[in-house]
Design a protein around this ligand. Structure first.
Ligand SMILES: *Cc1c(COP(=O)(O)O)cnc(C)c1O
Length: 405
């Protein structure tokens, strides 16, 4: 069916529910799920042109699929990039990016505070292939600058805000550094999503997503994506997916495509809950410190408000009191184990509020020295605020906190 073309200049909320490939001949209002591995060709000559890439048309789902393409177009519209490409997971997207951009002898500068698997993928796996990485402070731009190796540095990689301490980096400053060195800046935008933060508006070249989190929004499937220029997506990343196979499943693409429709209002609700929780936590017994970009006490509060549409995100972390690491850990476990509502799981981006102890889960494989350097103490608890009522979240935490004072 030929749709009436969408007019230019639509608002992001409208793009989030409308951007997709054309409807099928049945005129469905909700986007179709094309659960097929291959596509039938009308004749051998058309098939040959499509396989050669001289004619548009679907051939095989590892290369492209209408449901995946609809997700890619919608995400690109929200991030404000020319194009996007799906991946099987957030890590699949980062693998695709590194395979596409890097070769032996190249150098990467990466924040020390990025997602743990990202640290391992770039720092350990790609080191095996001769890619060297320097890990630097999330917030000290001078350290990023000093780490750049002229001629060899091809990529700067950051994530903002970070997990679990919510440190915020200055995207504009890092983009200027990257471009001055002839390198690209990639930003993992998982924690904010395009509803809050669009890194390309601050000069980033590539935006990485774990669609598993807020884009999907209900904790059901894994997904990932890279957003960037049409040239990079079509000429650098698409050939990597076709060859290496970290393709996004059409089913997962469909779930995340539908998730994008409610992303804006969900993020507003997540952020309102997180701000209320952070403010309340500051006044509770048994708390040593609260980390949340929306609080005036946060070290990069003003930068965060400028970069994140004035919102702090949905992740709140806090240190419980404890005279020694052992006591702090006991207290943290007590608070976590006293909950009856929150889900004890390391995931985030779900409607269900989650609570986790980073030092023994997401950061459990670091040495104590590495953890201390990263500021992740034994008393640290991370809460990813879902859509539970804020009063129920507070009451659930108070069960344990009330016993610490
Ligand atoms: C979860 C996460 C990833 C990895 O995504 P998967 O979809 O689990 O592979 C990458 N970056 C950040 C910031 C994440 O939270």
């Amino acid at each position: 069916m030929t749709d009436r073309p969408l007019p230019a200049g639509l608002h992001r909320d409208t793009l989030a529910v409308r951007t997709a490939l054309e409807r099928s001949q049945y005129g469905e209002n909700s986007e179709a799920l094309f659960l097929t591995s291959s596509f039938v060709q009308p004749d051998a000559a058309t098939s040959a042109r499509r396989f050669a890439g001289t004619e548009e048309g679907f051939t095989y789902t590892r290369t492209s699929n209408p449901t995946v393409a609809s997700f890619e177009q919608r995400l690109a519209a929200l991030e404000g990039t020319e194009a996007a490409i799906g991946a099987s997971s957030g890590m699949g997207a980062i693998l695709m990016m590194c395979m596409g951009l890097l070769k032996a002898g190249d150098h990467v500068v990466c924040s020390r505070s990025v997602f743990g698997s990202t640290l391992n993928l770039i720092g350990r796996e790609f080191a095996k292939f001769g890619v060297e990485t320097t890990f630097v402070s999330q917030t000290d731009v001078a350290e990023w600058q000093a780490a750049i190796v002229p001629g060899r540095t091809k990529l700067l990689f950051a994530e903002t805000p970070t997990n679990p301490l919510t440190d915020v980096c200055d995207i504009r400053a890092l983009a200027d550094l990257a471009h001055g060195a002839g390198a690209l800046l990639a930003v993992d935008n998982c924690f904010c999503s395009p509803a809050l933060q669009r890194p390309v508006e601050f000069g980033a070249d590539l935006v990485i997503h774990s669609g598993t989190k807020y884009l999907e929004g209900q904790g059901r499937v894994l997904a990932g994506a890279i957003c960037g220029s049409a040239k990079l997506v079509n000429e650098v990343f698409a050939p990597v997916v076709r060859t290496a196979g970290m393709a996004l499943s059409p089913f997962n693409a469909w779930v995340v495509l539908k998730g994008l429709e409610t992303l804006g209002i969900r993020m507003q609700a997540h952020c309102a809950g997180a701000l209320a929780l952070a403010q309340w936590l500051q006044a509770q017994p048994g708390i040593a410190r609260v980390y949340y970009p929306g609080l005036a006490s946060h070290a990069q509060h003003e930068l965060a408000m400028r970069q994140q549409s004035g919102l702090g995100g949905a992740v709140v972390s806090f240190d419980v009191v404890g005279d020694s690491p052992e006591t702090a850990r006991e207290n943290a476990f007590q608070v976590i184990d006293a909950t009856r509502v929150l889900s004890i799981t390391a995931n985030l981006g779900d409607t269900k509020t989650t609570i986790t102890h980073p030092a023994t889960t997401s950061h459990g494989r670091l040495s104590e020295a590495q953890r201390q350097a990263a500021g992740i103490g034994q008393g640290l608890i991370r809460v990813a605020v879902g859509l539970d009522h804020i009063d129920d979240i507070k009451a659930d935490l108070l069960r344990g906190l009330g016993t610490l004072a």
